[in-house]
Unconditional design. Sequence first.
Length: 412
Amino acid sequence: MKKFIVITILSAGIGLLGWQIYVKASATKNDFQRNRGNVPVAVEVAPVRKADIRNVGQYTGSLYPLSEYTVAPKVSGRLEKMLFHIGDMVQSGDLVAVLDDDEYHQQVLQAEAELEVTRANLLERQDALDNAKREYDRTVALRQKKIASESELDSSESEYRAQQSKLKVAIAQVAQKDAALKMARVRLSYSQVRIPQSNHGGHWVVGERFVHEGALLAPNDAIVTILNIGTLIAAIHVIERDYPSIRPNLAALITTDAFPGQTFQGKVLRIAPMMKEKSREARVEIEVPNEKMTLKPGMFVKVQIEFDTHEDSVVVPAAALIKREGSQGVFLADLKENKARFVPVTVGIVNGVNAEILDPPLSGEVVTLGQHLLEDGSTILLPGKTPAGGGPEREEKPGVARGKVSTAGEKS
């Protein structure tokens, strides 16, 4: 019984102590909330100003040749000679490789001989037709004199018509063998592998070599890859937010770590009509002139595309933007009263450094550091100033306007 009484008394004491701690903590919190607006908050400010602001998209991508294809033989054979290597400049029609052509040369000789045989056969058939024609004419004359019988005339006519048909067959055989000879000569020419004729200009270079002399090649086995690097394509991927702003012929600025300090000009060439479902990005191709062949395919590049430029706009540092109660705005600094006032704003272009303010018209200075500790009407403390009661005054910088907020969009 005594044990129960002791436990009850201890529990009541602990509960009373906890209640007192809670009451004191709540009172302290309420005092802090009540006095928060009166406690100076150290901040930094920057002037609202008029300036041109650009809407620029930043992307990364890779360079690709304007065109690329693989040179391969159309016939099989052993590779006897290679005339170009990686990095060599080439032109349309240049001889790249030579295959062993003994077999194809023999096929040409055989086709020529077969053509001569059919031509001789054609002459023979022509003579036979001439003889059949003379015999037929003589039989017709004899029949008119009642010397030759009707059956002899029919037989002579049949022979004449048969020789006409045989002549047509001989003519067709000559054409067939002539075509076979032409095909054999074409196959022989295929033993010399050349770069195909192209109507596209540019600078063509051997990008990759796949085989060496002595290799046995089958038709369409790759020998070298040819690249047109006089103009390159920078391929980037644009997110859904920027996709509506992309359009053909927009100027692009290209940089690469391989050439620090250098910039290369380009323009938007093609825009994919769809986005990939997984990434929600669309491929955009940028044409980059490369007459000096400084850039190379495969390089990693950074691309800037300027979507739009607003001139003489009201701008503030992007760091000044903050949200309060679901509204985006800025804290305007009243330097005479040392107070900060939250003003909801409508934002235009935000380029990562500055933000365009579309509405309302602003002037004065905005808080750029420490605003997350502020509420509307909070007391602020600027560098170089002390709270009311003494201390050095803040030194004004020459050429920087200070003042209260106004509703006019004046330059500051």
